[in-house]
Design a protein around this ligand. Structure first.
Ligand code: NAD
Ligand code: ZN
Length: 341
């Protein structure tokens, strides 16, 4: 089969011919139709310090996918050949305290496809049947291929009750934009999204009913009166990984505000803790998606009017993957989807 592999420990990815994976009794084999390129894949392409310390070579990369089941292990009862599916890319252990409590997304022994294990940038993927998420007919393969990052957005956005609340999203990357759309869908009062990149803010305004703010041009305090806000934001969703954005968020929060942090700052990031203490702010770190509650909720929302399709800005044939990575690296794209059919 054709696959995209991190063959050498340096910048780039290489198209290779690899054997179709053999499945075990608890696995399925998925023929991949579409894949999404993630920020993680860009780290792996660039071979930064994180990638060099985390990713073995050679390794087939990629973890955002939609496809169809073409082979089923002998122990697998509840899946059928031809079933369209996406799936959770975190392969969890079953022995930790967290897993045994049903908090699978908190298992410390988690391994990621396309990061630690063979991934989805390939014509075929082996996946434990446990990780498969069947796709209903009304969810396309394009959307199926971005359920992984939509899951990050949903998990973060649903960290706190958003009904009637004023919500600030910092960072209008694909995940921030989808989180803003989710906040709007579940009944937030105002949803403001910030960035420093006008292309990203314009994309946010096309995809979701949000107020875009370029923090290089406008300060947060000046926009609040127009939104009938007296104090500050009730809920913050940090989706940039940028230290200045977190500072701005803490400043813009109301007393007793709640912040969910998905963005990953590069290294240690100083924070004004006294502001956080005196404002009595709650901060929650968010990792991945809840397995499988986030998957359940996002599919239910997609079936009931949540529309994030506009966040996909580029589509390429898999063989043109270099163009797809270039679009992602431009910093102005939304999601980039590769077609393996
Ligand atoms: P992205 O890099 O595409 O988007 C980040 C955006 O933040 C960019 O548009 C950038 O211009 C903007 N930004 C930079 N400085 C800013 C500032 N001062 N104020 C507001 N915005 C600013 O990222 P993404 O793919 O959308 O992912 C969002 C974040 O979530 C990233 O940090 C990523 O590493 C992280 N992430 C975390 C998890 C997890 O499990 N915790 C999973 C996936 C992604
Ligand atoms: Zn991803």
């Amino acid at each position: 089969m054709i696959a995209l592999e991190k063959t050498h420990p340096r910048e780039g990815l290489w198209q290779v011919t690899a054997p179709v994976p053999e499945i075990g009794p608890d696995d399925v084999l998925i023929r991949i139709n579409k894949t999404g390129i993630c920020g993680t894949d860009i780290h792996i392409w660039n071979w930064d310090d994180w990638a060099a310390h985390t990713v073995p070579t050679p390794l087939i990369t990629g973890h955002e996918f939609a496809g169809e089941i073409v082979e089923i292990g002998s122990n697998v009862q509840d899946l059928a050949l031809g079933q369209r599916c996406s799936g959770e890319g975190h392969l969890i252990g079953k022995t930790s305290r967290q897993s045994r409590a049903g908090k699978f997304h908190l298992d410390p022994a988690t391994r990621g496809i396309g990061v630690n294990e063979q991934g989805a940038f390939a014509e075929y993927l082996r996946l434990p049947a446990f990780n498969v998420v069947p796709l209903p007919d009304e969810i396309s393969d394009d959307i199926g291929a971005i359920l992984d990052p939509l899951g990050n957005a949903v998990h973060t956005a649903l960290s706190f009750d958003l009904v009637g609340e004023d919500v600030l999203v910092t960072g209008a990357g694909p995940i921030g934009i989808m989180a803003a759309a989710v906040a709007r869908h579940v009944g937030a009062r105002n949803v403001v999204i910030t960035d420093v990149n006008p292309d990203r803010l314009a994309l946010a305004a096309r995809v979701a009913d949000v107020v875009p703010v370029n923090v290089l041009e406008q300060d947060m305090a000046s926009i609040m009166p127009g939104l009938k806000m007296k104090q500050g934001f009730d809920v913050g969703l940090e989706m940039s990984g940028n230290q200045a954005a977190l500072d701005q968020m803490v400043e813009a929060m109301t007393m007793g505000g709640r912040i969910a942090m998905l963005g990953i700052p590069p290294g240690k990031s100083p924070v004004d803790w006294s502001r956080i203490v005196f404002k009595a702010i709650t901060i929650k770190g968010v990792y991945g998606r809840e397995i499988f509650e986030t998957w359940y909720k996002m599919i239910a929302m997609l079936q009931n009017g949540l529309d994030v399709s506009g966040v996909i800005t580029h589509r390429f044939k898999a063989r043109d993957f270099a163009d797809g990575f270039a679009a992602m690296k431009s910093g102005s794209s939304g999601k980039v989807v590769l077609d393996w059919t």
